[in-house]
Design a protein around this ligand. Structure first.
Ligand code: CUA
Length: 157
């Protein structure tokens, strides 16, 4: 005896399978294509020794290639070090960030950079500043009484 399934119920079942498969495909693609993954142990550092741990023993902006820069930034309550990142317009900049105390945020206005800065973890985000100008860096994770005043900036010139 064949199982009788209502028409709408059958459609709903098919849709459920479609959504599940789409979700699994999205996860597989995000790992395989976009290289999105959980924070790895490789990028862990001792949060009590940030100032002694390379590259954070020397925060600042470094040229990494013809049009590539690396900005090593320490976030701490309630500022970024360095407070200003200066790069040529059009440069690709990799931000390497960690926190010396609590959880902070790292959002650069008018770019796709939007990251969390976790004590003990190194955060890496890369973006290109195509247009010259000033880009505000905002801490967008509540980090204490001075949170609303925690800013930095990128100057692309
Ligand atoms: Cu740092 Cu909010």
């Amino acid at each position: 005896m064949a199982l009788k399934v209502e028409r709408y119920e059958r459609i709903f079942l098919y849709l459920t399978v479609v959504v599940l498969v789409a979700g699994i495909v999205a996860i597989v693609l995000s790992v395989a294509e976009a290289n999105i993954h959980l924070p790895s142990t490789e990028d862990r550092i001792d949060p009590r020794r940030v100032e002694e741990t390379p590259p954070f023993d020397d925060p600042g902006v470094f040229q990494a290639g013809p049009d590539e820069f690396q900005a090593v930034v320490i976030a701490r309550a309630w500022s970024f070090e360095p407070a200003e990142v200066r790069v040529p317009a059009g440069a690709e900049v990799e931000f390497v960030i960690t926190s010396a105390d609590v959880l902070h945020g790292f959002l650069i206005l008018d770019t796709s950079v939007n990251a969390m800065v976790i004590p003990g973890q190194v955060t890496r985000v890369t973006t290109t500043f195509d247009e010259a100008g000033e880009y505000e860096i905002v801490c967008h994770e509540y980090c204490g009484i001075g949170h609303q005043g925690m800013f930095g900036k990128v100057v692309a010139e």
